[in-house]
Design a protein around this ligand. Structure first.
Ligand code: CMC
Length: 435
């Protein structure tokens, strides 16, 4: 990681110049190590939104935004999405390599046999209003796990971290399905250990005590792919939230709950829901014919309307996950015979127009994964407000791996950003009559 290269920083205010080490990773931009900057100069750096700041040293996920490349532990997402299932990918992200046959059987067995949640948890869930947003419920339930599994809360104990990791990966689908069943007033469906991870989730969502869910391989594969594509995405907002939250030494369930809360936002995980809502709105305005009018609003600086599902902080090329999701989208449409689905047609027309429009081309705004994942989920029968909860379910493994990596890093410290203060200078409190 270290290199002989240095950055020399000179100052126009008369302070002496200093040399800062430049560190190189295995791929991606080098970083200027500024850890001693404050001690040497009394100055901080200023980088709201972390546009030029590497917040940690990581070995999990690599994104080349210009090439449109995404690697988990070095493996291209295209290969993982076509040759592996989600639990292979979970094992890879957590442990650094793909499992062999014995490791795979063992890992699958461990996850499968932790899918039930403490029975008392459903009474906690029943405290929510039935119309509560699933992300509100999931934030609460993920945090509540710390009240139900106190034996795996010590972040500094590797064994407890491993147990909480298995519990979280195994129980998130159960919690998401419970949140859904509660919202529609149907009985909870208990997990079944003979099904795949995605198959079990879909059964918990769609079976009822009167009618079992017939697992459809194409749809289960689509769901599994959604999980794989969302499993990790390096230091995005929710992952950085999980790291920062866990850096205080809190328990893993609480840190994951913080990640769920962050993911909810429409600029992050909430974009898939926002994208579907946008498509529905255009459809109601008049459909394909109204795209031009909508795009004009998007381009108007005063409108604050964005084309949801387009653009990405890191990808300045086609999001590789979007390409795979687009493929899955067509498979699901074929399987379900939805070629004439107006929303699908609208999405394809919108994509085409945006990809040719100078506004989007010049800003390198391409469809991201959320543009298609919402359409696929809707076709599968997932209600729109649940989309982000499914993203959270899939991202849980990434959050845990990132948290584990941070705790195991010998350079780990509690996260404590500094600030450029621009508020009032010191002043005295006046008696209330004189304020
Ligand atoms: N529609 C219209 N204009 C856009 C969009 C969009 N979706 N995204 C960016 N722009 C414009 C923006 O107005 C700005 O234009 P100008 O230079 O004229 O001021 C320029 O592109 C750069 O935008 P930015 O806001 O500085 O870019 P960012 O890197 O801070 O934002 C983003 C990234 C994802 C928040 C943004 O592209 C966006 O809001 N997209 C829609 C929401 C969305 O789909 N989010 C899902 C992201 S993928 C899932 C995930 O990984 O979480």
């Amino acid at each position: 990681m270290s290199s002989q290269n240095k950055a020399t920083v000179s100052f126009s205010d008369g302070s002496p110049a200093i040399d800062l080490p430049i560190l190189g990773g295995s791929s991606g931009p080098d970083v200027i190590d500024i850890r001693k900057l404050y001690a040497l100069t009394g100055k901080f750096t200023y980088d709201p939104g972390f546009l030029s700041t590497a917040s940690c040293n990581s070995t999990i996920t690599y994104i080349d935004g210009d090439k449109g490349e995404l690697l988990y532990r070095g493996y291209p997402i295209e290969q993982l999405a076509t040759k592996c299932d989600f639990l292979d990918v979970c094992y890879l992200i957590l442990n650094g390599d793909l499992p062999d046959a014995t490791q795979k059987t063992d890992f699958d067995h461990r996850v499968t046999h932790h899918t039930m949640v403490h029975e008392q948890l459903q009474f906690f869930l029943r405290g929510f209003r039935r119309d509560a947003h699933p992300m509100a419920v999931l934030t609460g339930l993920a945090g509540a796990l710390s009240a139900f599994y106190p034996d795996s809360m010590n972040l500094n104990d590797a064994h407890q971290r491993e147990i909480s990791a298995i519990r979280l990966i195994a129980k998130m689908p159960t919690l998401v399905a419970m949140a859904y069943k509660y919202s529609v007033g149907e009985p909870f469906v208990y997990p079944r250990n003979d099904l795949s991870y995605a198959g079990n989730f879909m059964r918990m969502m769609f079976a009822t005590p009167c009618e079992d869910y017939k697992v459809n391989d194409v749809l289960v594969r689509a769901m599994d792919r959604i999980f794989i594509l969302h499993a990790d995405h390096e230091q995005n907002a929710s992952t950085s939230t999980v790291r920062l939250c866990a850096s205080s030494g809190t328990n893993p369930f609480a840190a994951i709950a913080a990640g769920v809360a962050c993911l909810w936002g429409p600029a992050h995980g909430g974009a898939n829901e926002a994208c579907l809502t946008m498509l529905n709105d255009i459809q109601q305005m008049g459909g394909v014919e109204k795209i031009g009018e909508f795009i004009t609003k998007v381009k108007d600086k005063n409108s604050s309307v964005r084309l949801m599902g387009f653009g990405h902080r890191v990808y300045k090329n086609y999001d590789p996950r979007a390409k795979l999701m687009r493929e899955t989208c067509h498979e699901v449409q074929n399987e379900l015979g939805l070629h004439d689905d107006p929303l699908f047609k609208l999405a394809m027309a919108l994509e085409k127009i945006a990809l040719e429009d100078e506004y989007f081309v010049s800003r390198k705004l391409y469809p991201n994964v959320d543009f298609y994942s919402g359409i696929v989920q809707r076709a599968i029968g997932i209600p729109v407000p649940l989309f982000t909860a499914i993203f959270a379910l899939a991202r849980t493994v990434g959050w845990i791996a990132q948290l584990n990596e941070m705790i195991s890093d010998p350079e780990y410290k509690i996260g404590r950003p500094r600030q450029l203060y621009n508020g009032a200078m010191r002043r005295d409190v006046q008696p209330i009559q004189q304020r």
